[in-house]
Design a protein around this ligand. Structure first.
Ligand code: GLN
Length: 192
């Protein structure tokens, strides 16, 4: 039985759980929420949802969850939107990324006038476009040699993978297309 943890501090948590439930029907797995320390060490995979990276970063640290994620950084993880920021090594006075994917990111990259939009994305690992829902989204400005950019929008990367780590600037849990959750579950199944 696989245990998948969803960081449940703030943001689009229940939508990720629903998407995971729908896409994991054929897998023997259990989905747990993570609000405190002590759960990550029992997880086979982890999702870090979108929300406010400042709040998520502060509470991860306050609860000691950040340390446990780093101690278990070999497991597959998917970060979406603010979760992408947390997975990078982005740092400012409010946010401290965990450095799980070698990439540079820019918060709120798509500016105020486009705080929220939807765009069809060409994704290298899918054979038809994926509709990305962007909400005050960050962007990937640069990646290291071991990181693949899976999708781009305008001049930025918006999806990246390094080994079994996946980071998306948009919100796959808010649409009906489950392909990114299925892709993440395949990484988990392969890792077993
Ligand atoms: N703008 C947010 C941040 O920088 C991310 C927004 C989101 O996760 N939808 O943390």
């Amino acid at each position: 039985m696989l245990t998948i943890g969803v960081v449940a501090i703030q943001g689009a948590v229940s939508e990720h759980i629903t998407a995971l439930e729908k896409s994991s029907k054929d897998l023997d797995c259990k989905i747990v929420t993570i609000k405190r320390a002590g759960i990550v060490p029992h997880c086979d995979g982890l999702i870090i949802p979108g929300g406010e990276s400042t709040t998520i970063s502060r509470i991860l640290h306050f609860e000691g969850i950040d340390k446990e994620i780093l101690e278990n950084k070999g497991i597959p993880m998917m970060g979406t939107c603010a979760g992408l920021i947390i997975m990078s090594d982005y740092k400012d006075e409010h946010v401290e990324g965990l450095g799980l994917i070698d990439m540079q990111v820019k918060r709120n990259a798509f500016g105020r006038q486009a705080e929220s939009f939807q765009a069809p994305l060409t994704v290298t690992v899918f054979n038809s476009p994926f509709d990305g829902i962007f909400i005050r989204a960050p962007a990937i400005t640069q990646v290291g040699d071991a990181t693949d950019v899976l999708a781009r929008f305008e001049k930025y990367g918006v999806a990246a993978q390094q080994g079994n780590k996946l980071a998306l600037a948009f919100h796959p849990e808010l649409g009906n297309d489950l392909r990114f959750h299925e892709y993440f579950l395949r990484l988990l199944d392969l890792h077993r």
